[in-house]
Design a protein around this ligand. Structure first.
Ligand SMILES: [Mg+2]
Length: 265
């Protein structure tokens, strides 16, 4: 492996699980930084803004600026701006972080009760989802509003077991409308490329550390980053051993706490 300039971390299942830090990870990040390896963060979760994630990381002892973090809330807003241009409207199934990032990017937010059809219907995790909200999104999509999904993760990992994720809400609307959502989050390379570009990194300069084979490892391998699977989240050792091709990680560690030792630091 070439000497790394940066390590990009998935968050849920890698840095923390539920509200607790994965043991030893804040200390490992500190050690990497002292040896000149930057730590960046990329999450498919759209419920918080980048600034809120910076605070959350600080609360478990990891310093990070907004620019070090990419979330699918910020990613969706950037994606719409870059691919479709400014001055667009959207209705949103999602939480505060998604709404704030869209507003900050100048996207006009239409209420789900709006009589005009928004340019985009953005679907992300909404833990206050109601049948009424789902029916409004369904109607807009059938009326020609472009269906954008923050991610297709089926579950939201919790400290014990899991809950339905954003992808399960997306799947419901794909089923009801017969339309496929355009998915911005991992394994799409868009958010990763934004982060690499912002930090002037080439894919070969960085490793990606994640806990889901079909999302994190697939994305890292497609993008040409060194892919590291950790077993502190969704995937277990048996899953990891069975994988082939684009889903096969370059390395498997019990947790990100082992990174300094793995890199010989
Ligand atoms: Mg994860």
């Amino acid at each position: 492996m070439k000497p790394l300039k940066a390590i990009i971390f998935d968050m849920d299942g890698v840095i923390y699980r539920g509200n607790s830090a994965v043991e030893g990870v804040p200390e490992a990040i500190d050690k990497l930084r002292k040896r000149g390896i930057a730590s960046l963060f990329l999450t498919n979760n759209a419920t918080r803004t980048r600034a809120q994630y910076a605070k959350r990381l600080a609360s478990i002892g990891i310093a990070a600026s907004e620019n070090d973090i990419m979330t699918s809330s910020h990613g969706v807003a950037s994606y719409i701006l870059e691919k479709y241009g400014a001055g667009k409207s959207a209705c949103i199934i999602g939480e505060g972080g998604m709404l704030k990032e869209a507003k900050k990017s100048g996207i006009e937010i239409l209420a789900l009760s709006s009589t005009s059809v928004p340019d985009f219907t953005i679907v992300s995790l909404d833990r206050s989802l109601t049948y009424e909200k789902a029916a409004a999104a369904h109607r807009f999509i059938l009326q020609g509003s472009h269906f954008i999904a923050a991610n297709s993760d089926p579950t939201l990992p919790l400290e014990h077991l899991s809950a339905p994720g954003s992808g399960s809400i997306v799947a419901m609307l794909e089923k009801s409308t017969g339309k496929k959502a355009e998915v911005v989050g991992k394994p799409n390379l868009f958010m990763l490329n934004e982060l690499l570009r912002e930090h002037k990194l080439a894919p070969k300069d960085a490793a990606f550390v994640g806990d889901r084979l079909e999302i994190d490892i697939l994305m890292a391998n497609k993008a040409g980053l060194y892919s590291i699977l950790v077993l502190s989240g969704v995937a277990n050792a048996a899953d990891a051993k069975k994988t082939k091709g684009a889903l096969k990680p370059k390395a498997i560690l019990d947790s990100a706490a082992e990174l300094p030792k793995f890199l010989g630091l």
